[in-house]
Design a protein around this ligand. Sequence first.
Ligand code: 4AD
Ligand code: MG
Length: 480
Amino acid sequence: MDTKQKRTEVAAILKEPKLNEKFLVKGWVKAFRANRFLVLNDGSTINSLQIVVDFENFDEELIKQISFHSCVAVSGTLVESQGSGQSIELNAENIEILGGSNPEVYPIQPKKMTMEFLREKAHFRMRTNTMSAVFRIRHAIAYAIHKYYNDNGYYCMHSPIITGSDAEGAGEMFRVSTIDPDNVPKTEDGKADYSADFFGKATNLTVSGQLQAEIGALALGKVYTFGPTFRAENSNTSRHLAEFWMIEPEVAFNDIYDNMDLSEDFVKYLINYILDNYPDDLAILDQRIQNEEKNMKADLRRPMGLIETLKFVVGNNFERITYTEAINLLKNSKPYKKGRFEFEVEWGKDLSAEHERWLVEKHFKRPVIVRDYPKVFKAFYMRLNDDNETVAAMDVLFPYIGEVIGGSQREERYDVLKTRMEEMDVHADELWWYLELRQFGGCPHAGFGLGFERIVQFITGMSNIRDVIPFPRTPGSAEF
Ligand code: 4AD
Ligand code: MG
């Protein structure tokens, strides 16, 4: 092999095929038919390059080593394809095995495998068509998020991952400590003494970067965070992770209505970006869902294909209702009247996933933004409405996924915030700086958090959130 020859990525070859030129490609074998047609994918695109191997010209031992997902380097000449199914192919002149495999024991097989099985083989699953498409799109959504905010004059702000506060007040935190668990220093009254810990106080992994983003917004005007967040909630569902990524824009002078407008414009931008730039990956994922649903009962199938759903969401306004309206709709719904809801529908109780899905999938048949929730089950920082019962909170609900965004206008009135914190047992001594923001140059402001994996789930159509993050962390599971 000509060692000076530079590798060309398959994406570049397919984009502008230069016939009769010589190329060196490297990648993994997707198929090797009749010891002649080698399908090579290098991850640069969902599409593969067909390589024609005239096996008589190669050593038999070498040909034997070409197997599913073995890694090869091939140089040859690009020609017009003789067969159907592709327009070009590479005539192999030199083949080198970079990494052999063993199809007898390699856990991944060139046939349909369940997502559960692939999760246990997370070190290999990205080589499959479905997973590679998911992770290319995951990357592209991350890029589009930064592009959207940059183009709209926001500043990316990194909020801390280790913190002493519990932004959501739900107490679902992972402790960060260097204390020896077998030898915990104690205070006089026998409790763990965190003043002896690394940071001189009790600390945890953050559940949200919002409180710090508010500091940024009250100086830079428009900021957003994009970082990992951690929740020790014991939710074994297809929508929950213990470690997930969140995007949290925070904007000075915005009210709850500006916040809703921003959320709708933002997620539509992300969906459009993927529709425009990743049609081939989307097509594979769309086809996958169709195959999966082929043998399902009609009422279990999605009413629209994946791409059709994405186009529908960007092409229609999100419905906007209050929590009180949502409760009234639910009380008049068929499943409620027939006693089919598992969870109670009652003003003052949070909506559960089944209620959200009914509103979105059955009633409105489009994304819904619910606002003005009762203060009793919402966080301390949300702005109290004039009725003294509800807060200026908003949740964006999507088909199949449920809540993708949660946000609010923030309580900017010092006295009201102080009272709310006391009512909800939020320690003012921890959040002294948050209160001071209201005493010195405060202003109305609003923001929200988009669950990154949830939007990736929606755009890729994957039914389990564990299949849109490379290495999921869930209760009882932190492999890889
Ligand atoms: O609704 P949440 O809890 O809101 C906040 O954390 C606010 N501080 C955001 C803000 O106003 N800046 O979480 C925001 C979003 C949810 O709507 C959901 O999409 C996602 O984060 N999320 C999760 N995603 C995966 N696994 C979990 N366990 C999640 N919990 C929340
Ligand atoms: Mg929420």
